[in-house]
Write a protein that binds this ligand. Structure first.
Ligand code: XMP
Length: 514
């Protein structure tokens, strides 16, 4: 069966993922594709998916600039419904003979739109609408073939429609919660205009994924790197159902795991009907990291060493297939996004480079978002502790020790991390936080402990709220919780004399310190 699908053309807008997620929330499948996809390529996608409509995302540039992203105009003649949002709205108008100029008055934030013709995307939404705007160019005029559906005080063409074809433009962002009836607008597009059927369901996904794994691997053996994180755990559980004893899950303990983690992973997966191997490789990792202080070098070394260990096991068990927990944002971020810059090398040691020699690589979660993975994990009966676990970087605590990594320093940050986790979880704050952890800085300072001078380490506490980790805000944790964390860390870890709280958003910071 082919899923009814809406493709989102990516013009570099920050809400691109949000659009696709909103559509999927309505049980309609959605994929993000590059903005320069051709009409022919869309036809090819039709062989795999039942494409019922297209959404053109927002973007940071101006449509009239020479280098700004454009699109194949042939797409507008495919007969498929099209909805342009913000930049997408301006682009359709621009390519079809409209007038777009810098706005005399820019609109940012909640704006009132006056809907004069509530049809199509705006069906049932007449009168005044509270919408979320963020634009510095404005469509002043559309060509003869189009008609204006809504305007605002500063945008004479805030929404339009082609007079004959199902092509729409909205200057605002319906995918953002501040657009009061944004969901209705998207539903109108998905169900009224595109006539999609809501056939993207997680129950069906599980059955299909198991079948796919069986078909690809056949009677051969497969191996998976299991870190205990949500993605690799869910993939392991799926693959276990598909392959049973033909699957070997490998947990590499590189020595940078959190307190209790190796034991927890062993306990959870050791009882599954698969082969489960733990490799304790602390010594070789510490040896290779000796004298290394550069964060990028650290990541590279850990990534490489991980592969070596993993290869050794793969050879031993005779695995021909590699199963990976890659999810949709991983693929998109490392794929075609032309406007995104490389900030740091995310050596996801649960996702190995395809350089390794395998007959095939299977990535059952490749099309899923994190929240969908959590839903699958729950349906597969994985423990709550895994379903709601905070993300943890592949290189582990090694990137939470600033400067050279030594066993002593890792032990300090491990103890501090345990205290941060315990206190945050006790306070009930964990449910709204994306991540919360401790970092061992390389700053030493003076303190006083038991009437004596003490000279020791500074621990930084980091807690952030985020949706997809692309942006994050530092969490406004109550002082009494911070106080308990600070008191416990300085009392229970003799080497630490000072605790600071990181109050930087991402950007300009990143979530991890290294
Ligand atoms: P940053 O620090 O770039 O992190 O804001 C964004 C998210 O990614 C996680 N992270 C990693 N995950 N391998 C991973 O699997 C890595 O090397 C890595 N580095 C950062 C980080 O914890 C946050 O959730």
């Amino acid at each position: 069966m082919k899923y009814d699908t809406i493709l989102v053309l990516d013009f570099g807008g920050q809400y691109c993922h949000l659009i696709a997620r909103r559509i999927r929330e309505h049980h309609v499948y959605s994929e993000i594709v590059p903005h320069d996809i051709t009409a022919m390529e869309i036809k090819q996608i039709q062989e795999r998916l039942n494409v019922k409509g297209l959404i053109l995302s927002g973007g940071p540039l101006s449509v009239y600039e020479v280098d700004s992203p454009k699109m194949d105009v042939g797409i507008l003649d495919l007969g498929l419904p099209v909805l342009g949002l913000c930049y997408g709205h301006q682009l359709i108008a621009y390519l079809t003979g409209g007038v777009i100029k810098p706005a005399e008055k820019k609109e940012y934030g909640i704006t009132i739109a006056f809907v004069k013709k509530p049809v199509g995307v705006l069906k049932g939404l007449g009168g005044k609408q509270k919408v979320w705007m963020s634009h510095s160019d404005t469509v002043y005029k559309v060509s003869e073939e189009y008609e204006v559906l809504a305007y605002t005080e500063n945008s004479p063409v805030a929404a339009f429609k082609h007079k004959k074809k199902p092509i729409y433009g909205l200057q605002w962002h319906p995918e953002v919660i501040h657009t009061e009836k944004g969901m209705e607008m998207l539903q109108n597009f998905i169900f009224e205009v595109c006539k999609c059927k809501p056939n993207w369901k997680m129950e069906d996904f599980i059955k299909r994924a198991i079948k796919e794994i069986r078909k690809k691997v056949g009677e051969s053996k497969a191996i998976i790197a299991l870190s205990g994180g949500i993605d690799s755990s869910t993939t392991t559980a799926l693959a276990a159902k598909a392959l049973g004893k033909n699957l070997t899950a490998v947990f590499v303990d590189h020595g940078f795991m959190r307190e209790g983690e190796p034991e927890f992973v062993k306990k959870t997966f050791g009882k599954m009907n698969i082969n489960f191997v733990t490799v304790t490789a602390k010594e070789r990792f510490f040896k290779r990291l000796k004298d290394i202080t550069d964060p990028e070098k650290k990541r590279k070394i850990i990534g490489e060493e991980f592969i070596r260990v993993f290869e050794e096991v793969a050879r031993k068990v005779g695995a021909e297939y590699l199963i990976q927990g890659t999810i949709y944002p991983d693929r998109i971020e490392s794929g075609f996004r032309k406007f995104s810059d490389k900030i740091k090398t995310h050596h996801n040691v649960a996702g190995l480079p395809s350089k390794m020699e395998f007959k095939g690589i299977v990535e059952p979660l490749r099309d899923l978002y994190k929240d969908e993975v959590r839903e699958i994990a729950k349906k597969l009966g994985l423990p709550e502790k895994i379903v709601h676990r905070q993300p943890f970087p592949g290189p582990g605590l090694a990137v939470r020790v600033i400067g050279e990594v030594t066993p002593e320093k890792v032990e300090i940050v491990r103890k501090a991390d345990k205290i941060v986790r315990e206190e945050i979880e006790k306070s009930g704050l964990d449910k709204r936080l994306w991540q919360y952890f401790a970092v061992l800085t390389d700053t030493k300072s003076t303190g006083v402990k038991g009437d004596a001078r003490a000279y020791g380490y500074t621990i930084a506490v980091r807690a952030v709220e985020s949706k997809e980790a692309m942006t994050a805000s530092f969490a406004k944790i109550p002082y009494d919780v911070l106080e308990r964390i600070s008191t416990r860390i300085t009392n229970e870890i003799p080497e630490v004399v000072r605790v600071v709280y990181d109050i930087t958003h991402k950007p300009p910071s990143t979530i991890e310190w290294e």
